[in-house]
Unconditional design. Structure first.
Length: 387
């Protein structure tokens, strides 16, 4: 390893070690103590003033929970999003910090793959709209309506908001299981890397859709402030209340909700739980979110959802009767990233094992993805001689 270390740029490796330490949630003093190094020695290594020794590098990699290969790989990207979340109340350690480190690693992996294949993600963000004094909900409704117009959505349902965020806006979106069931999602923004969102795979696709829209609200209003959506805590700040209102307005536009509601009542004389389930299914949100949106618009009385819950309301049977059957295997890695990863593998830039570690998915899933891409490649139109 000594020859490999001698070939490394001392300043670049020092910066990588600094970022890895920060992402592990360790101060310089804490890390030096656990590594049994003088703090001045660690400082010199991170500043590129002293070359790290092989035994020190092994100890640092173990302490920072990062592979030596990732530290030394020439194309490896090192991102420091995770430390920003420690400034948030309640996100200093535990599940939120763990989720922040996961987002950090996934962003680094995606950027590295993009650079390897020469296809960077292009951002197309809406203008930033700071929150003003006055009614929060009115501002959120207005901006949500403007964005819908920009996307050409009108009042139509958004069937795949995650795909919309990635392909139309150039936001990095990841779906992975998070240890805490209460954490629905995370958001961070970096001037070089752009907007990044992590959604909890353990939550339903409809729950994730609303969380994605919530984080879009942060991109619009508080772009450079990191965010953790914790379902165990009701939003209290103006920023969080804005993002919550924006998500409801973006996914369930007021004009469409009023039209659906009044048309239903006019045709049937009532608005029943079956109608609630149908409308939630149509707009790809949960029944609770739809009910609370209708309450917010004063179409249903306040407390309707609580009343339904007390009566042991269950939407599952109604969903089945409406033909809402579970689909096949869920795609948790975006089609764009799959294609980039497949290209990196095809060009022998990354191995199957490296892709599994970088993307934080099972190797079996990577193999299935590569097989699917191979099958598609056999039908590549460019290879058809008749054309």
């Amino acid at each position: 390893m000594l020859n490999v270390l001698e070939a490394q740029d001392i300043a670049e490796l020092g910066e990588r070690l600094r970022v890895a330490r920060a992402n592990a949630g360790l101060t310089q003093g804490d890390a030096a103590e656990r590594l049994r190094l003088a703090r001045t020695t660690l400082l010199a290594v991170e500043k590129g003033q002293r070359r790290v020794r092989p035994d020190e590098l092994r100890d640092m990699a173990s302490l920072y929970d990062i592979s030596i290969n990732a530290l030394l790989r020439p194309t490896s990207v090192h991102v420091d999003l995770a430390p920003r979340f420690r400034s948030l109340s309640g996100a200093g350690d535990g599940p939120a910090a763990e989720a922040a480190r996961l987002l950090n690693d996934l962003v680094a992996a995606e950027v590295e793959i993009e650079r390897l294949v020469g296809q960077p993600l292009r951002a197309n963000y809406p203008p930033e709209r700071p929150i003003l004094s006055g009614d929060i909900r009115e501002q959120a409704e207005e901006v949500a309506s403007e964005l819908r117009h920009r996307f050409g959505l009108g009042l139509a349902p958004i069937k795949d908001v995650v795909r919309l965020l990635e392909l139309d806006l150039g936001i990095r979106v990841f779906i992975r299981p998070l240890r805490s069931g209460s954490i629905s999602g995370l958001y961070a923004f970096d001037d070089e890397l752009g907007a990044c969102i992590l959604l909890n795979r353990h939550h339903s696709p409809r729950r994730r859709a609303l969380t994605a829209a919530h984080e879009l609200g942060h991109l619009v209003a508080t772009r450079r402030e990191p965010d953790v959506v914790d379902l165990a805590h009701d939003p209290t700040s103006r920023e969080e209340r804005y993002a919550k209102s924006f998500a409801l307005a973006f996914m369930m536009p007021a004009a469409a909700m009023r039209r659906w509601f009044h048309d239903t009542v006019r045709a049937t004389g009532r608005f029943s739980p079956r109608h609630l389930v149908f409308l939630a299914q149509e707009y790809s949100v949960s029944e609770e979110a739809m009910c609370r949106r209708l309450e917010e618009l004063q179409l249903l009385p306040g407390g309707t959802w609580e009343s339904l819950s007390e009566r042991k309301f269950s939407a599952e049977e109604i969903r089945r009767s409406l033909g809402d059957q579970p689909s096949g295997l869920e795609v948790i890695v975006s089609p764009r990233l799959w294609l980039l990863a497949g290209e990196a593998y095809r060009c022998e830039l990354l191995s199957e094992g490296q892709l599994a570690r970088m993307l934080r998915i099972d190797r079996v899933e990577v193999r299935a993805m590569l097989d699917a891409l191979d099958a598609e490649g056999a039908h590549d139109l460019r290879s058809v001689s008749a054309i």
